[in-house]
Design a protein around this ligand. Structure first.
Ligand code: SF4
Ligand code: SF4
Ligand code: SF4
Length: 285
């Protein structure tokens, strides 16, 4: 058993027994050895269900949204990605810092259960250490700079408009509108998503290219400067669609227009699109 896993279970037991938290959100073992899934542990006698292994892929912060008014603090395991998601939820007023107890875990990256190779989202991760926590298990790991953060976007930008249209048409022809990308995304935290508003009918229910593209583009804009680049949307997409290219196109433009920007590194930096200054770029006006 890894030292971190042992420490995690010990910390969880202490937090539950002392009543500091009402429950802990962490990872539990799936049906197969190379799977984990998010679990909620309330009973101190069940802390041994918590695991920390190569397959703890799910980003956990979104699950706090199922409990908007917790009786006690929610204990939650946070690596770099989870902690950025927590910060972003706090900035969106969807989570209160005082409602969570953050168990920080430095992360060396996880494996894709299908290939046993490093998961794409982790290969591209620039913040492996939690950026905020109440307790830190283990020691910080070395961060891996990501000079090619926008490489895939640049490849798309080098295409002609027709080539780009055909590329995305092909992508969204495959989308089955399962909304897994939205459901897993910590930046997609509206209580009622526009796609579900039947009465006003913002989004048609047909599964065709035009409606799917509207969904993809609208989601990319809504996520915009809130995307913490956890890669979860792309990881869970059952059709294997390259959704990070769209998210990073938004982020690349934001970086070009408003300066260096990464979401969720703290709660003080104003989100690039969440405020305006009179000297903002406005060539489109
Ligand atoms: S995205 Fe980063 S912090 Fe999250 S699991 Fe992968 S390497 Fe760890
Ligand atoms: S997860 Fe993939 S298939 Fe499902 S709605 Fe999102 S883009 Fe479409
Ligand atoms: S859009 Fe994707 S990468 Fe960005 S925060 Fe949401 S799930 Fe994570």
């Amino acid at each position: 058993m890894s030292d971190i896993q042992q420490e995690l279970r010990k910390t969880a037991r202490e937090l539950l027994e002392s009543g500091e938290v009402g429950y802990i959100i962490g990872w539990g073992k799936g049906r197969f050895a190379n799977q984990t899934h998010p679990i909620f542990v309330k009973d101190p006698a069940k802390v041994d269900e918590l695991v920390w292994d190569d397959y703890c892929l799910s980003t956990l912060a979104k699950y706090t949204q199922d409990d908007k008014y917790p009786e006690k603090k929610i204990g939650i395991c946070v690596r770099g990605c989870d902690s950025r998601a927590v910060n972003r939820l706090i900035q969106d007023h969807q989570l209160k810092r005082e409602d969570v107890y953050l168990i920080g875990i430095p992360c060396s990256g996880k494996l894709d259960p299908e290939t046993n190779e490093p998961a794409k989202k982790c290969v591209e991760c620039a913040h492996r250490n939690p950026v905020v926590y109440d307790v830190l298990l283990g020691s910080p790991v070395e961060e891996v700079p990501q000079p090619e953060r926008f490489k895939e976007v640049e490849e798309l930008e080098a295409m002609t408009p027709d080539e780009r249209y055909n590329y995305w048409a092909d992508v969204y022809d495959k989308c089955i509108r399962c909304y897994a990308c939205r459901n897993v995304c910590p930046a997609c935290n509206c209580r009622e998503c526009y796609t579900d508003q039947y009465r006003v009918g913002w989004q048609g229910k047909q599964n065709n290219r035009a409606e799917n593209q509207i969904f993809g583009i609208t989601r990319a804009y809504h996520v915009g400067d809130r995307c913490i680049e956890c890669g979860e949307c792309q990881r869970v997409c059952p059709m294997g669609l390259p959704l990070m290219k769209l998210n990073r196109k938004m982020l690349k433009d934001i970086n070009n227009l408003f300066g260096a920007y990464e979401a969720g590194l703290d709660t003080e930096t104003k989100p690039a699109l969440g405020h305006y200054e009179t000297n903002d770029v406005e060539e489109f006006m």
